[in-house]
Design a protein around this ligand. Structure first.
Ligand SMILES: Cc1cc2nc3c(=O)[nH]c(=O)nc-3n(C[C@H](O)[C@H](O)[C@H](O)COP(=O)(O)OP(=O)(O)OC[C@H]3O[C@@H](n4cnc5c(N)ncnc54)[C@H](O)[C@@H]3O)c2cc1C
Ligand SMILES: Cc1cc2nc3c(=O)[nH]c(=O)nc-3n(C[C@H](O)[C@H](O)[C@H](O)COP(=O)(O)O)c2cc1C
Length: 593
């Protein structure tokens, strides 16, 4: 009797196999994609060339695997992670991927590539991630090479709550095309819930980049690639973990106009293997009072399931142009639609939240509408303020409560006030580790470190100092701290004094902006100590900045450039080059937000 798979027969009857073996091979080959068949051909050729054993060196291939250059521009690691995911899948599908950080990108050499995929995040107010600034500028500038003959695709990451949503991905996509490259797959602009759409985009992009099968594009198997994969760092779990709050203290005095919570969290099954410099994401809950206000405004107060979803699953504060569009579509509200059509939505949403939209444009809103117009509630990142070597299975965070008023209404930051107002000792929180391998202590503990961390920016430096104390690092440590008032806002003052005494901190310079008529900031202290700072840097010190991205980090960088210019009598260009060289040597690192 004929084998059931015989109708898909691929191997000829003359193939040197038993009937049963031939049927089995036909079953596998019949279902295989062209790229899988090509891979198998390369694999078998390589195996023979290596004497029947998978070799440590690439086998002589019938034809090289398709090269694929994956660029990423990332600040907090999301684009970098996706670049890694893409590389893994690409390798499995017969490509030879090369992952390049924009930080290391030689723009001139791009012209030599064949397939380029760029994954880019947008930061600041529509700016590239700091580490990508140089290469991004070169690619956008007049000296950029022509990219004719290159197939490309761009994936952009962003956050719809920002006015310049995915600006960098959009600009790169247009730039590749303008330089002559051919778009292989449409750009996707993804919001914070990018996991699933990014995986889908990656799959489709690889499909689009895969050359049609032919006899001469048999894919080579790079046996070395397996070793690379095996060596890859174990990924932290993508699932959030539940932790218990074991300490909750306001670090500001009761007379401060700020509220900064020191939070100690304990992991039930042991803390994940975090390093100083990493962050922890908190999955917050919305303010129940705001949830009830939204339910009342929509006449949905009796819906308990909806209430729970609005509390813990949906983003019920952010108002983006997308939210207004979805609201207008779902409710058919003509005035809300007019806001979109007239182009006024962008200005109207400034400083407003979902509740303003619902109250300003009364309409029949159902539970389904509320779900479709809101996005999933995103977690918030917090720099870890502890070292495992000192706190064991705990993680410490420093969280400033965000409170302000716009359009006559008091507003509260979702996660920070959840922690400040509604979380107490014994409470549970859902969290996830967010590693940051670009913000790390020097490998050599005898290297000096300079840390600039005003406000909550001091968090990772508490971890740095704890770590260096635990390993008895011989290197010197210098902290610049700043806040509003010495008496009310000197976060961890006693701990810094102890650290100075035990030698884990060598120097501290503080700037309290509101203790004198003229404002004084950390960058002013850097200017005052320019000579000593340059001496430390010339002696090999590493420089770290954490905290506010919009003003502080830029002002601090300018202050370091000025320090080089004055102390060494350099031109502005040479002083800038000196700081750029520190950055390229990973000796000027920042973690800013
Ligand atoms: C890598 C990283 C590390 C971080 N580390 C820390 C840390 O150690 N400690 C810490 O406290 N934070 C840290 N943050 C910031 C933190 O993630 C949150 O963004 C912050 O706590 C606010 O979140 P929220 O949910 O309370 O506020 P949200 O609900 O997200 O609201 C914040 C938004 O409110 C608006 N807003 C805020 N103030 C005003 C104002 N005065 N006027 C008008 N609009 C305003 C802005 O649109 C702002 O984006 C870090 C961020 C990153 C990316
Ligand atoms: C301080 C800050 C500023 C941001 N600015 C923007 C922005 O202007 N436009 C945007 O679309 N997304 C913005 N984002 C969102 C990031 O692009 C988004 O979180 C992205 O997933 C980060 O990717 P990365 O981890 O690869 O850097 C900003 C995020 C932060 C924390």
């Amino acid at each position: 009797m004929a084998h059931p798979m015989a109708r898909h027969a691929i191997l000829p009857r003359t193939a040197p196999f038993e009937d049963k073996e031939r049927a089995s091979l036909d079953a596998v080959l019949g279902a295989a994609t062209p790229i899988q068949r090509a891979w198998l051909a390369g694999f078998l050729a390589g195996l023979d060339a290596a004497g029947g054993q998978p070799a440590a060196v690439p086998a002589a291939p019938p034809k090289a695997a398709e090269p694929l250059t994956i660029l990423f521009a990332s600040e907090s690691g999301n684009s970098e992670k996706l670049a890694g995911d893409l590389a893994k899948l690409a390798r499995k599908n017969g490509f030879k991927p090369k992952v390049v950080d924009f930080f290391d990108l030689d723009v001139a050499s791009l012209a030599k590539e064949k397939h380029v995929v760029a994954i880019a995040a947008t930061w600041g107010e529509g700016e590239p991630p700091a580490r990508a600034t140089r290469a991004y500028g070169e690619l956008m500038g007049e000296g950029a090479p022509r990219l004719d003959g290159i197939d490309f695709a761009v994936l952009s990451l962003g956050d719809t709550s920002y006015a310049e949503f995915c600006a960098i991905g959009k600009a790169l996509d247009a730039r590749f095309e303008a330089l002559g490259a051919k778009r292989a797959y449409e750009r996707a602009d993804l919001d914070l819930d990018f996991d699933k759409p990014a995986a889908e985009w990656i799959k489709n992009t690889l499909k689009a980049l895969t050359p049609p099968p032919s006899a001469d594009n048999v894919v080579a198997v790079d046996f070395a690639a397996r070793a690379v994969e095996d060596d890859e760092e174990a990924e932290p779990s993508r699932e959030p973990k539940v932790v218990e709050v074991v300490d909750h203290v306001n670090l500001n005095s009761s007379r401060s106009d700020k509220e900064t919570i020191h939070l100690a969290l304990e992991f039930e099954d042991g803390a994940p293997a975090y390093e100083p410099g990493d962050s922890l994401e908190i999955y917050p809950e919305n303010d129940p009072a705001l949830v009830d206000e939204i339910l009342a405004a929509t006449g949905l107060s009796g819906d308990a399931a909806l209430r729970q979803a609005l509390l813990s699953e949906r983003d019920i504060t952010t108002l983006s142009a997308t939210t207004v569009e979805r609201f207008a579509k779902a409710t058919g509200h003509a005035e809300a639609q007019k806001l979109i059509d007239s182009g006024e939505a962008k200005a109207w949403i400034e400083g407003r939240h979902l509740i303003d939209l619902i109250q300003s444009f009364p309409a029949t809103v159902t539970a389904d509408h509320l779900t479709t117009i809101t996005r999933p509630l995103p977690p918030r990142a917090y720099s870890i303020a502890s070292s495992r070597k000192e706190v064991g299975d705990e993680v410490h965070l420093v969280i400033a409560a965000v409170r302000y008023e716009t359009h006559g209404r008091a507003r509260a930051g979702v996660a920070s006030t959840h922690v400040a107002d509604r979380v107490k000792n014994g409470a549970k929180l859902r969290v996830k580790l967010k590693p940051n391998r670009h913000f790390r202590l020097p490998q050599d503990p005898s290297t000096d470190i300079i840390m600039v961390g005003p406000g909550t920016g001091v968090a990772p430096f508490r971890a740095f100092v704890q770590e260096r104390r635990a390993v008895e690092a011989p290197g010197r440590s210098w902290l610049f701290f700043g806040d509003r008032h010495f008496t009310h806002d000197f976060l961890y003052q006693l701990e810094w004094q102890e650290a100075l005494e035990d030698g884990s901190l060598t120097k501290i310079d503080v700037a309290f902006s509101r203790d004198q008529p003229e404002k004084v900031y950390v960058q002013d202290r850097i200017a005052q100590h320019a000579r000593e700072l340059v001496e430390w840097l010339d002696g090999g010190a590493s420089f770290y900045v954490c905290g506010d991205a919009n003003r502080m980090a830029k002002d601090v960088r300018n202050a370091v450039v000025r320090a080089y210019a004055t102390v060494k009598s350099l031109t502005d260009a040479d002083a800038e080059a000196a700081v750029a060289a520190l950055e390229r040597a990973h000796r000027y690192q920042q973690d800013v937000y």
